[in-house]
Design a protein around this ligand. Sequence first.
Ligand SMILES: Cc1cc2nc3c(=O)[nH]c(=O)nc-3n(C[C@H](O)[C@H](O)[C@H](O)COP(=O)(O)OP(=O)(O)OC[C@H]3O[C@@H](n4cnc5c(N)ncnc54)[C@H](O)[C@@H]3O)c2cc1C
Length: 385
Amino acid sequence: MSALEDFRAATRDWLDEYCPPGARAGGGGNRDDQRLWRERLIEKGWSAPAWPTEYGGGGLDNEQYMVLIQELRRVRAGVPFGGMGLSLIGPTLLELGTEDQKQRHIPPIVRGEVNWCQGYSEPGSGSDLASLSTRAVDNGDHFVINGQKIWTSGAQFADWMFALVRTDPDVPKHEGISFVLLTMDQPGVTVKPIRLISGSSPFCETFFDDAIAKKDDLVGELNKGWTIGKRLLQFERGSMASLVGGAAVREAGPTLEGRAKAYAGEREGRIADDALRARIVEHNINDRAYRLTQRRTVEEARDGRTPGPATSIFKMYGTELQQDKSSLLVEMRGTQGLGWEGDSFDASELGDTRTFLANRAASIYSGSNEIQRNIIAKRVLGLPD
Ligand SMILES: Cc1cc2nc3c(=O)[nH]c(=O)nc-3n(C[C@H](O)[C@H](O)[C@H](O)COP(=O)(O)OP(=O)(O)OC[C@H]3O[C@@H](n4cnc5c(N)ncnc54)[C@H](O)[C@@H]3O)c2cc1C
């Protein structure tokens, strides 16, 4: 047996023994089982399987990581938590942080003990992020921060924020930005959730009035934060496209065809509506091509590194596919696809309407898809500015 086959066999044995039934999809969602699964994965380092063992990760190489994902899918289990610690700031610190920053910040992320939020966007600085004006002034062993962030997802639950701040206002905009980490539980930070029309508040305004970020928590060099901030966005786009951390397990819900047959009827075993059938076939072909490209990219990343500007391709195309699928699901239902509440709609109809609406945001956050097209044109295809 090759070393990789040995690893697969050992992984299979471990999962069969230690992954409790209630932590598997379709296993009833037993809370005790889920807590146990979380504890066992953390102990084994598999909440962050590919991170170095010295910080609590699993130390797996790319091939072993792929095997683990396949085996997790086999038992229909996933990793128990995600969030911006594991998918955004963790990989950034591992690649670009100091040894002290890794020692202090990575283990709590692996253990799921801290919540992080992202302080990038400001009123007036979204797509043109480098124009940001939140000011950080050097004050000995710390920076004093004043200004405002907006659309800060999960800020009301976060313990820490990673933020882009202006440390030199007198140089070209990209050259006066620094990347800092700061605690949310301090007098200088105020968080105001933004209430949406749906009633939920997924994101917030965050205000800084003499907030403090310690110098030890400056990531990279002073005024060189733009490079760090961009690399973090590549991790974000890579994780959205499952180029990393792809251990999520999908529920085997009804297929588009199954749903279409239920709503549009069936003729000789096929979806009765020709136009709808053609759209679904087109969607499925595009989806298949996307997944194969995704898999090839993961396999080609031999050193396990998240790709650079090419992550924009996956972010753009993946979110458009996601939106196309949710549009199809709503459209094929006719008026049943327009429900918001009430007994005339079943749970899946209401759920799909909400997913359709929520998915509109996917082509905006992490940089709008127009901005992704600009990045692809300039940084992937090398077209002129
Ligand atoms: C659900 C959600 C969660 C978010 N979470 C966070 C978060 O946690 N932290 C955070 O910092 N931010 C977050 N954001 C903010 C997000 O990053 C910004 O909304 C996004 O970058 C766009 O900025 P903007 O909203 O200011 O739009 P604008 O920049 O004002 O853009 C408006 C429109 O103009 C287009 N446009 C702008 N410039 C160009 C150009 N050069 N070429 C072509 N088209 C252009 C855009 O594509 C867009 O369609 C979140 C947003 C959403 C929707």
